[in-house]
Design a protein around this ligand. Structure first.
Ligand SMILES: Nc1ncnc2c1ncn2[C@@H]1O[C@H](COP(=O)(O)OP(=O)(O)OP(=O)(O)O)[C@@H](O)[C@H]1O
Length: 235
């Protein structure tokens, strides 16, 4: 579905991603893990066109994405929820969803999401549809950010630390929604909350200083205590 093949990315002269390869298969959730500064967000920015890689290939299905503009990458079915949410605070909840709506059928023939679909999985967004997004709670803003990405009718969804700054109860709610969502859409998840990541992940890729140091199933990952300890400081 989504694949990165030996991707190298730089900020100026600083080489941040080193030959990063990963593959997100249809209907699966891949957790991209690593310590602060490991290159997880950079990986997502390379996929969505914010930081085009200097070498390597990024594909969705058969289509190559490296070098394409962010709008085109979104049109080809990559939905992105950035770290920090980035909703429009002065627009209402409903307006936030509507400006993200896709006008044409999604590339690759996937499901076309409507506002009603999004409100069905996040009923809170229906209750608050006339409220300004900037006045929502952190958890509601995160739901809106996910809802906005779904309105682009993506084939894959990239989520950068969705649980950041949320109360444990809200993280649980979000986890339940993502567990349902992954049944119909492939998800690439960057997450510092290891408990949440392990609850949701089918596959794991672990980065350390911009290099892949583990790639495999969640079960294989959890058995590699030395890897967990060395790269995440988990015992
Ligand atoms: N705009 C930028 N310009 C220069 N260097 C950057 C920029 N953004 C990130 N970096 C550097 O690139 C490296 C990877 O950062 P990145 O944000 O991808 O890490 P991360 O794994 O997402 O970390 P975190 O968990 O803290 O968000 C870090 O060394 C970081 O300092």
């Amino acid at each position: 579905m989504l694949s990165l093949e030996r991707v190298n990315a730089f900020y100026g002269d600083s080489h941040v991603l080193h030959d990063v390869s990963l593959a997100l298969s249809p209907g699966r959730l891949l957790a991209l893990l690593g310590r602060n500064g490991a290159g997880k967000s950079t990986c997502m920015h390379a996929v969505v066109g914010f930081l085009p890689p200097r070498s390597g290939r990024i594909r969705i299905g058969e289509r190559e994405l490296q070098g394409a503009a962010p709008e085109a990458i979104c049109r080809h079915g990559v939905g992105f929820v950035p770290q920090g949410r980035r909703i429009f605070p002065t627009l209402t909840v409903r307006e936030n969803l509507e400006v993200a709506a896709r006008r044409h059928a999604p590339a690759g023939g996937g499901r076309r999401w409507t506002r009603e679909d999004v409100q069905q999985i996040f009923p809170r967004l229906k209750e608050r549809e006339k409220q300004l997004a900037g006045s929502l709670s952190g958890g509601e803003q995160q739901m809106l950010a996910v809802g906005r990405a779904l309105m682009t009718s993506p084939r894959v969804l990239l989520l950068d630390e969705p649980s950041e700054g949320l109360a444990p109860q809200i993280v649980r709610e979000l986890g339940n929604v993502l567990a349902d969502l992954k049944k119909e859409i492939s998800i690439l998840l960057v997450e510092q909350n290891l408990g949440l990541a392990m609850k949701l992940a089918d596959d794991v890729v672990l980065l350390n200083t911009g290099r892949v140091v583990f790639s495999g199933s969640r079960d294989a990952f959890e058995q590699q205590q030395d890897v967990l300890q060395r790269h995440l400081g988990v015992h």
